[in-house]
Design a binder for this molecule. Structure first.
Ligand code: COA
Length: 375
């Protein structure tokens, strides 16, 4: 058999990141007051049914570490008669809301890298939910920014951004692109069941962007990508059955499984060891001492999960400086969480410092991106 040799031409780095944070935020106190008002109304209206139980601020903070979350549409979520965001449909010739927040994050990344849109080759929209089936969100974002080349959407739930970074890095390594934008607009409030006591506190809305480029064109200050690794293992413990075939089974339309549902305990127990082992194996492969990692920018779903994972990786309890938390004010922002942590907590690192961006979630899916600061 004839051997084909692939010439690797580029060396991928992270040139810059961008962040869009919705101005409105919901505290646990506001969320629980609205949820409990819904419970009172529901129980009064259905005296024959098993009564619904109250939610509690103390439980939410203790079980998850979340204190507040940003959202795109606060008042309707808190209205016990609605309990859902309201984002009115826009005409087709107007930028869609998901593209709009993606563009805002992307513009910041481009600005921080000193990069003009015409110098970008590709846009990946990597997120847990797409607003529509087609045309791809990535192509709308590409058009709005004035980028030539190509774009496409990819969904690997909470790991979408790290899967996007590896995909972008592979384009650069193979010489297919020199500059790739990975945009993660996460309007998770649209898939959250705000009437479900077990999960109504989990998610928040945000958009992030990561500019992955060939070192040859990157700005002097950037992050070398030392290695990327992806993993998926099928699990039904985090699931959402929403999809284009729902209308072909009208008996199931509008049931709770068409929104985010999870077995939180099982997720916690199964994902923590899987991710810790993956990080240690990848560090070993790259010849990196995990105990010497300067910072871990972990997926932001649960403070307890991050405590356990960082302890296993570093060999001691991580300080806030070693494993920063953003879920306290952002909630779980799905694929964007580890990127927000990196965006907000990386400027202070010194030349040569090594860190890890790591995501994990539905699928199950997990991704690691080891990086080293340059300049
Ligand atoms: N308010 C008050 N009590 C609540 C509650 C709420 N909102 N929700 C659940 N409870 C109660 C339960 O009824 C249960 O009561 P019981 O002990 O009397 O049966 C108790 O609190 C514990 O519930 P449990 O669901 O086991 O809580 P937990 O400690 O596992 O925490 C999560 C729940 C979701 C915060 C946690 O499991 C988690 O974060 N898991 C990982 C999730 C994750 O990463 N998902 C990825 C998404 S992409």
């Amino acid at each position: 058999m004839q051997e084909t040799q692939v010439m690797l031409t580029g060396r991928p780095v992270i040139s810059a990141t961008g962040l869009f944070t919705p101005p409105e935020s919901i505290t646990n106190e506001e969320l629980v007051a609205s949820f409990n008002a819904y419970v009172d109304r529901h129980n009064a209206a259905h005296p024959e049914a098993e009564p619904l139980a109250y939610s509690s601020v103390e439980f939410i903070e203790k079980a998850s570490g979340i204190k507040a979350r940003h959202v795109m549409s606060k008042a309707p979520i808190l209205d016990p008669d609605t309990m859902c965001p309201r984002l009115p449909e826009r005409p087709n010739d107007e930028l869609s809301v998901m593209a709009e927040i993606g563009v805002a994050a992307a513009r910041q990344a481009l600005e921080r890298a000193g990069r003009k849109p015409e110098d970008v080759d590709a846009v990946l929209c990597a997120a847990s939910n797409m607003q529509r089936a087609y045309p791809a969100m990535a192509i709308e974002i590409q058009q709005a920014l004035g980028i030539e080349g190509f774009g496409f959407d990819m969904n690997v739930a909470c790991s979408s951004a790290t899967f996007g970074i590896q995909t972008a890095a592979d384009y650069v390594r193979a010489g297919n692109a020199k500059s790739v934008l990975v945009v993660s607009p996460e309007i998770t409030s649209g898939h959250l069941n705000w009437r479900d006591r077990d999960s109504h506190f989990i998610f928040g809305d945000v958009a992030t962007a990561v500019l992955v480029e060939d070192a040859a064109i990157a700005p002097a200050q950037h992050w070398d990508i030392l290695g990327t690794r992806l993993k998926t293992v099928f699990s039904n413990n985090i699931r959402n059955n929403f999809g284009f075939l729902n209308r072909a089974a009208p008996e199931g339309e509008g049931t709770p499984d068409k929104l985010f549902v999870q077995e939180g305990r099982k997720v916690f127990k199964e994902v923590v060891p899987m991710v810790a082992q993956m990080i240690l194996e990848e560090a070993d492969r790259l010849g990196i001492d995990p105990a010497a990692l300067r910072r871990l920018w972990l997926h932001q779903a649960n403070a307890g999960m991050n405590r356990l994972i960082s302890h296993k990786v570093l060999g001691h309890e991580a300080s806030e400086d070693e494993s920063p938390t953003v879920l306290d004010t952002y909630g779980n922002t799905s694929s964007a969480g580890s990127i927000i942590a990196f965006h907000q907590h990386s400027d202070d690192l010194a030349l040569g410092d090594t860190g890890l961006i790591c995501s994990f979630g539905a699928g199950y899916s997990a991704g690691t991106v080891f990086v080293r600061k340059v300049a």
